[in-house]
Structures are given as C-alpha cells and as structure tokens.
Design a protein around this ligand. Structure first.
Ligand code: ADP
Ligand code: MG
Length: 485
C-alpha cells in the first residue's frame, strides 16, 4: 500500500450472483445441467415464445429463503417478479425476470474476520432472478454464437451495502459466501464454471468524508483471488487519479487476468432505464410463516454455530474449530468421529493433520475417503492408549489402514510390528544403552539440568525405532537417573 492510504479510504460493495442448484430452470422444466450440447435445454418458455406461460420453481424459492435465513435477512412474504427490459443477444425474451422493489430477502449480514478481527458485513438484499444465455465469441471467425441453455437458470443475487473497506475484506467476504452456499447446498460455489460470479463496486474518498465517492464497477471476476487483485488495482488507480486532481467518472470496467489490471468497457453517465414493471405472466406469491419455519428447521447447523460448539463444548482452540469448519463434510466427519470417542482434541488433530494431508495429497474429497469415522476413532485410540506412537500411526498405520481397510487398526499394528513396547524388561536394555552412550549428559542432568530428559527419551525412541512407549521410558529413565550411581 502506498503512503496515500493514510489520506484516502476505499469503500466497496459486492454483487454476487449464485446459480441455484435446482434440477430445472426458474420458470420451466428445462434442465440447468452444465456442459450440455448448446441449445438443447431450450423449450418455448425459455425462448419466450408468444403464448407460453412460465411457472415459478418452488425449490428455487426455498433455496433463496435458505440463504436469507443463513444471512439473518428478513424474509418478504408478499413477493412478485418484475420485468427488467433491455436488449442483449443472449437474452432471448428481450427482458429478464427479476425482483425489483420486493427482494425475497431484505437486509441481513455476513460475519467475516480479517487479521483476527471479526465484524459483520451488512447486506442490502438477496433477490431471485433468471440468468441469461451465453454469447460465444471464439468459435467462429465471423459470427458470435449464442447458447440459450443457461437462459432461465435460477440465480440469487446477494448485494452488500457499501460496507467493505479493503480488498482483503472483500476476499474474506466472498470466501464466506462461497462456504455458506456450499454448506447449505444451494449452489456449488464453483467460480470457474460461473456458478458463483461477482461484480465489485469500488470507490475511494478522503478519510473522514461521509459522502461516498464515485464508484466504478468491475466485472468478469472469475476467482476470489481476482476479485482481490482487481480491487487492489482499482484502489491504487483511483487514489492516484484523485491525488493528481483528476475526476473519477462512473464506469463499468473489466478485469484482465493476464496483466492484473482493469480497463473501461463503458461509461455510465446516467442510470439505465430498464422500464421495470410487474411481470404479468407470473402471479404474485405469498409465503406462509409455517413454510418459512419449516425451511429454517431443515437447515443444517451453520458454520458459526458448529465452531462455537466445538470451541465451547469440546474445548478446541478457535483455530482448530475454524479449520474443521472450513467445509461442511469435514465438520460432519469430525462430528462422526467424536460420536465414537471423547478425545475431542486428538480427533481434531487427526483430521486437521494427517487425514487432510492425505486427502490433499491424493486429491480426494472427504466424501470418498475409504476410512469410516469409526476407524479413525480406533486409530486415535491406539495412540491415546500409548499402544502406537503418533508419528508411526499417522504415517505407517494410517496408510496401511487405507490400503487394507477391512482390517482393524490393532490387527494391522500387530501384523506390521508397530505396537509400542511398554514392557519394562524389554525397555531396560534400550534405556541402559542410551545412558551409557551419553555419560557427560548424564552428569549434567544429575547436576540439575533436568531438561535433558527429552534427549534421553529421544535416544531410546531411536534405538527402539519408535516403538518404545515414551511414558514408560520417561519413568524408567527418571528412576535410573535419580537413583544412586
Ligand atoms: P447500480 O444501480 O449501479 O447497480 P446499486 O446502488 O444497486 O448500483 O449498488 C450496487 C452495489 O454497489 C451495491 O453493492 C452497493 O453497496 C455498491 N455501491 C453503491 N455505491 C457505491 C459507492 N459509491 N462505492 C462503493 N460501492 C457502492
Ligand atoms: Mg450493478
């Protein structure tokens, strides 16, 4: 950040479009599956032929309400759709059905944390609308081709207030939005495939100024990292403009991921006139409180609630709890492990450590992990009971179990000779050898340098190839070292 950052502050508002994970479109039965042959999911309703009648997809309404509840919004009971009229080649009807004055979810907030500080980002609204088709510019030299498959796909648009103040906050906010939509299952959150899309509105003003500066809107941001980079670039560009006495004009800009910069695509001198009016082909829909309540009941425990439970009931650190709750399936796996053991901290360490490590290394999602939560519980119990040491268990034994997942942890530990030796007689020889090897250290220990105990334990571990039980070894060593010469 430049020295200018003491003088100016940035204000950011994000508009996020999330494609809802329904089977069919918002107003007809056409499939919304990604990657189909172009123009195969295009019934007359999608194409807006005269005489066709759209019908609202109840699942899409449910999904929008789910997101609204997850974001603490007020749910609007009296809803209707509006036509937003504009011409665009990939908009077959010449208008987009959206919600204008009555978004289904009003207000609300999403919690974020930046540099360890938590705060809530205020939302303006979440509304339902339909997606447009896709213009394809790069498959024909002379023509732009249009694929209408996507037209009519249900979207929610999540709009914040101008309530984000740095690129990092925007990054954290989007990460949280993506986690939430995936967590409650309303959208797959895949930005590369376009199921989650973000436009960033950015303005800069003098610190202390209460009026908002003129904003620019950056489009075509297809990753969370690009959103951050584009905002950083805009803040820098606009601050320099202000510092040079230039006037910022309201613009729509596009992000170029190649150069990490933005360029103007159009100036927006006055508001567009979309000639909104109530959609005449769709009846208004009223939501019963009981319907909203039943959706609320069915929502899974949200990440914040689970993190609180893991911290306060299970005694995990905030960091461990947050690691477990990055993804719902991981959090659920952890919950399933703790149904078999109350070594909560050890279970968290196993999942955040060796299990995730294995999954990442092999690019496997937890849902296809061969080991069942009960097996991980068995494995960690062997360590907790001192039968196998952690480093041996987390590498050798874990891999052995994955390879032969029908055998128990104990069977495999026995077969592979990984069980710790805790029989004092067997340990005796290793302990004596270790002490004989380090006579000087033994003297120092006896003079009071008690910290050397770790060194002796380490030596015994080495001699035993990790099989000596460190607890028994420690007491044997202490007995010998503190006893008579
Ligand atoms: P538009 O009509 O241009 O789409 P809206 O008022 O609907 O503008 O706002 C769109 C988004 O831009 C919202 O997220 C809002 O918070 C944000 N926004 C509005 N004005 C500013 C501003 N001056 N600076 C930063 N963000 C802004
Ligand atoms: Mg906008």
């Amino acid at each position: 950040m430049s020295i200018l950052s003491n003088k100016y502050e940035a204000v950011i508002g994000l508009e996020v479009h999330a494609q809802l994970a329904t089977k069919s479109k918002l107003f007809c039965g056409d499939s919304i599956a990604f990657g189909a042959e172009p123009n195969t999911h295009v019934s007359p309703i999608t194409l807006g032929h005269p005489g066709t009648l759209p019908k609202t997809n109840k699942k899409a309404v449910e999904y929008a309400i789910m997101m609204g509840i997850a974001c603490h919004c007020e749910i609007e009971k009296d809803n209707f759709f509006a036509r937003k009229n504009y011409f665009y080649p990939d908009l077959p009807k010449g208008y987009q059905v959206s919600q204008h004055t009555t978004p289904i979810c009003k207000g609300g907030h999403i919690a974020i944390k930046t540099d360890g500080v938590a705060r809530s980002v205020q939302l303006n609204r979440i509304h339902l609308e339909e997606d447009a088709g896709k213009s394809i510019h790069d498959i024909d030299d002379d023509y732009t081709c249009v694929d209408y498959n996507r037209a009519g796909t249900p979207l929610i648009e999540i709009v914040t207030e101008p309530d984000l103040f740095s690129a990092e906050e925007a990054y954290q906010y989007l990460t949280e939005v993506r986690r939430l939509v995936r967590w409650i299952g309303v959208c797959d959150g895949n930005m590369e495939e376009g199921s989650l899309r973000c436009d960033a509105n950015v303005s800069v003003r003098l610190k202390g100024e209460t009026k908002l500066g003129t904003k620019v809107e950056v489009k075509n941001l297809n990753s969370i990292r690009n959103v951050k980079t584009a905002i950083e670039h805009e803040i820098d560009r606009m601050t320099h403009m202000l510092e040079n006495g230039e006037t910022i004009i309201q613009q729509t800009r596009s992000f170029d991921a190649g150069s990490n910069t933005t360029f103007a695509i159009r100036d927006k001198e006055e508001a567009n006139d979309y000639r909104y009016f109530a959609e005449p082909d769709l009846p208004p829909f009223h939501l019963q409180q009981s319907f909203i309540d039943s959706i609320k009941q069915a929502l899974p425990a949200l990440p914040a609630a689970l993190m609180g439970k893991y911290e306060h009931e299970f005694g995990l650190s905030e960091y461990d709890a947050a690691q477990l709750c990055q993804e719902k399936e991981i959090a659920e796996y952890y919950a399933a492990v703790t149904a078999h053991t109350n070594h909560y901290k050890a279970a968290a360490n196993w999942i955040n450590g060796p299990v995730k490590h294995y999954l990442n290394e092999h690019k496997i999602h937890i849902s296809s992990f061969v080991l069942k939560p009960a097996q991980i519980a068995d494995l960690l119990l062997l360590v907790e009971e001192g039968k196998v040491n952690f480093s041996v268990a987390s590498v050798k034994l874990l891999h052995a179990m994955i390879a032969e997942h029908h055998k128990t942890a104990l069977q495999l530990a026995t077969a592979l000779n990984l069980l710790q030796v805790s029989d004092a007689n067997e340990l005796e020889t290793w302990v004596s050898t270790a002490l004989e090897r380090m006579p000087d250290k033994v003297k120092e220990y006896r003079k009071g340098k008690k910290g050397l105990i770790g060194l002796f334990v380490g030596e015994v571990k080495k001699l035993s190839k990790g099989k000596a039980d460190p607890k028994v070894v420690t007491s044997l060593l202490e007995e010998k070292l503190n006893g008579a010469d």
